[in-house]
Ligand binder design. Structure first.
Ligand code: PLP
Length: 233
């Protein structure tokens, strides 16, 4: 077990340093970029190690896997974010057990999440996933549909829309890497209103967090750089 987890605090520290250096170099306010540690397909012991090292927010992509980890870590006070593809039969689980959803892109799911959010909990905070590459089969709304979607969600009482999320296809070229992140920020700037400011831009992962921070990310979702390679399957 020790072997499995011993790298986590050092990796976490290195990622925090990358974020800090990027904020510094790219003219962002210190502390303006939050780290979500993406723990999908990672051992519970590694999550515990990261938590002990001060990381409180974790992202999971698969409802069943997340449920097992939540049960195992129930007493810790972890903040759980759902970042995976939302399935219609899993909305109740998400509404009951997560406090953030990064992957909202379907109105039926939005309605169900709002209906199923337990009254004893605060509204579920949601970010709308945007498919900027217009890759077929990929999750997320085309940019042209985001404003209408947000208007349609605005009346849902138990859902709090707070930002946009994107997951661009990996590219090598540094300048090309920044393009989708810039597009997400500009889209947000265009559709945000004083009543609905959409302050969160959830963008950037292990390979491209600097590019995302350069373009205004307020939350980076980092998996392998924090935890090491994921389990297969
Ligand atoms: C897996 C995943 C990440 C983290 O990816 P890494 O390359 O391991 O940092 C971020 N966001 C989403 C939506 C993911 O599914």
């Amino acid at each position: 077990m020790a072997q499995l987890t011993q790298g986590v605090p050092a990796r976490l520290a290195a990622v925090r340093e990358r974020i800090r250096a990027a904020e510094d170099r790219l003219g962002r306010k210190p502390g303006s970029v939050a780290l979500l540690a993406v723990s999908k397909k990672q051992e519970v012991a590694k999550i515990r190690a990261a938590f002990t090292a001060g990381q409180t927010a974790f992202g999971e992509s698969y409802a069943q896997e997340a449920a097992e980890k939540m049960d195992a870590l129930e007493t810790l006070g972890v903040q759980w974010h759902f970042i995976g593809r939302i399935q219609g039969n899993k909305t109740r689980h998400i509404a009951e057990r997560f406090d953030w959803v990064h992957s909202l892109c379907n109105l039926k799911h939005a309605r169900r999440l709002s209906e199923q959010r337990p009254a004893r909990l605060p509204p579920l905070t949601a970010y709308v996933q945007v498919n900027l590459d217009l890759e077929p089969g990929k999750a997320g709304l085309p940019p042209a549909q985001v404003a209408d979607f947000i208007t349609a969600c605005a009346g849902l009482p138990r859902l709090k829309l707070a930002g946009l999320m994107t997951l661009p296809a990996p590219v090598e070229d540094e300048e090309a890497r920044r393009r989708p992140f810039r597009a997400l920020r500009l889209l947000r700037d265009r559709i945000a209103t004083p009543a609905l400011p959409l302050p969160v831009l959830s963008m950037g992962m292990s390979a491209d967090l600097e590019a995302a921070i350069a373009e205004g990310a307020t939350m980076v979702r980092v998996g392998t750089a924090v935890f090491g390679p994921r389990e297969a399957g």
